[in-house]
Design a protein around this ligand. Structure first.
Ligand code: AN7
Length: 401
């Protein structure tokens, strides 16, 4: 059994209520379980496949979930790049290997299952792209209608393609993500659609399993987990899950939660670096990493607590650093990720070079979305193939053999 709790005033609410914010004080809600009374046997978990649903006892879905086998993503040891940076234990958890190509699927398998559990048959979100792609996929699997609001002209091509082919009703807003989110939130409140942005606490329940899988794959708690940050839901989710592991007595330390933003959209970084109690919204967020082109992170309150309570940190990286790292991961490790995802590894590089993190740490970077999400940015960065006549002599001269 679970209920909803306000992270600020502590008020609790029945889980059958559809709430996106605390009705008492307006702050964020979280899902809470009676962990003290739960009998969890992690050995039984190990007998199930590595996936979101391995951990179903601490997820809110009671019946059969809407699932496409999300989670169970690879954890790669970045040996070559780690050696170059002087870090022996640098890993990447490749969330691009989920069904729709991003970590959002972990949230949506739970979120869409909860929509059905709560009797809803129309779901909605605003999105910089991946959330809409994932919602479209899971709504299709569930056989329900999805409405997605996108910032016009600022969503990577692969993500738009996914939203369209999976049958979501896609609307482009002449405005940015933050405005789209405000609109869809109002729409859901007034017209009863089920909101599946990360302000919905159930979505984050699915995403917390990233942390559980990392522990299972590493055989222990890493010193640090590094994530790209947009709305700051994912970093909050991983932290929440690992705190539940502490309560369950499964671990006794938490990794230092570390968030990386793009230079042109860094409200969380500013709040951490300047010690502010809350974020100051960035009215004109801009970055090549369109996934994290977000100026008002809705989960800031949870994320600031996650970073501060674990002795973590936050840093920003430039678009050039992001694109250089995307290429490096592709060429030195064979790992293809979209720009936002490369931000986490670029952030680690910056933080070790500036001495802010220790090279002896065991560090896991979450790389959040697949390379093919944003082919246009890749094509702009790379020389196109040389076109030649169809004869061997032309080939030999092209290859300069
Ligand atoms: C690849 O799809 O917000 O900090 O609307 O797609 O939990 O928001 C995407 C976010 C990182 C940031 N990496 O995660 C959306 C959306 C990728 C992403 C993030 C996103 P949060």
């Amino acid at each position: 059994m679970h209920h909803l709790t306000c992270v600020s005033c502590g008020a609790t609410f029945n889980a059958a209520q559809i709430l996106y914010q605390c009705p008492v004080c307006g702050h964020l809600l979280a899902v809470e379980y009676d962990l003290d009374r739960m009998e969890i046997d992690p050995r039984a978990w190990k007998e199930r496949p590595l996936s979101v649903w391995r951990y179903r006892e601490i997820l809110p879905v009671s019946g059969h979930p809407i699932t496409l086998q999300e989670g169970g993503t690879p954890l790669y040891h970045l040996k070559r790049m780690g050696a170059e940076m002087g870090i022996r234990e640098l890993y990447a958890k490749h969330e691009g290997m989920n069904p729709s190509g991003s970590f959002k699927d972990r949230g949506m398998t739970v979120g869409v299952s909860m929509a059905l559990q709560l009797g809803k048959n129309t779901v909605a979100c605003a999105s910089t792209g991946n959330t809409s792609a994932s919602l479209a996929v899971y709504a299709a699997k569930a056989g329900i209608h999805a409405v997605v609001l996108l910032p016009a002209g600022k969503v990577a091509l692969g993500k738009v393609a996914q939203a369209l082919i999976h049958g979501a009703e896609a609307i482009s807003i002449r405005g940015n993500f933050d405005q789209a989110l405000e609109m869809v939130h109002d729409l859901c409140r007034s017209h009863g659609l089920y909101l599946l942005n990360s302000i919905n606490p159930y979505r984050l329940e699915g995403q917390k399993t990233i942390g559980f899988e990392i522990l299972d794959q590493l055989g222990g708690v890493p010193d640090r987990i590094v994530l790209p940050v947009g709305n700051a839901g994912n970093i909050s989710a991983v932290h929440k899950g690992l705190k539940e592991y502490i309560t369950l007595g499964l671990i006794d330390t938490l990794p230092m939660m570390t968030g990386i933003q793009a230079e042109g959209s860094r409200p969380i970084v500013d709040a951490i670096q300047r010690g502010l109690p809350e974020v100051i919204p960035e009215r004109h967020p801009d970055t090549v990493a369109t996934a994290i082109r977000i100026g008002t992170p809705v989960n800031a309150e949870k994320a600031l607590a996650a970073i501060r309570q674990t002795g973590g940190t936050a840093e920003s990286v430039t678009d050039d650093e992001i694109l250089a790292m995307q290429k490096e991961l592709a060429r030195k490790e064979g790992i293809g990720v979209e720009p936002a995802s490369a931000a986490s590894v670029a952030g680690v590089k910056k933080l070790v070079e500036s001495g802010k993190i220790d090279r002896k740490e065991r560090i896991v970077c979450v790389v959040t979305g697949h390379l093919l999400k944003d082919p246009e940015t890749v094509v702009r960065q790379c020389k196109p193939p040389l076109e030649i006549d169809a004869d061997l002599r032309s080939l030999l001269s092209a290859l300069r053999l």
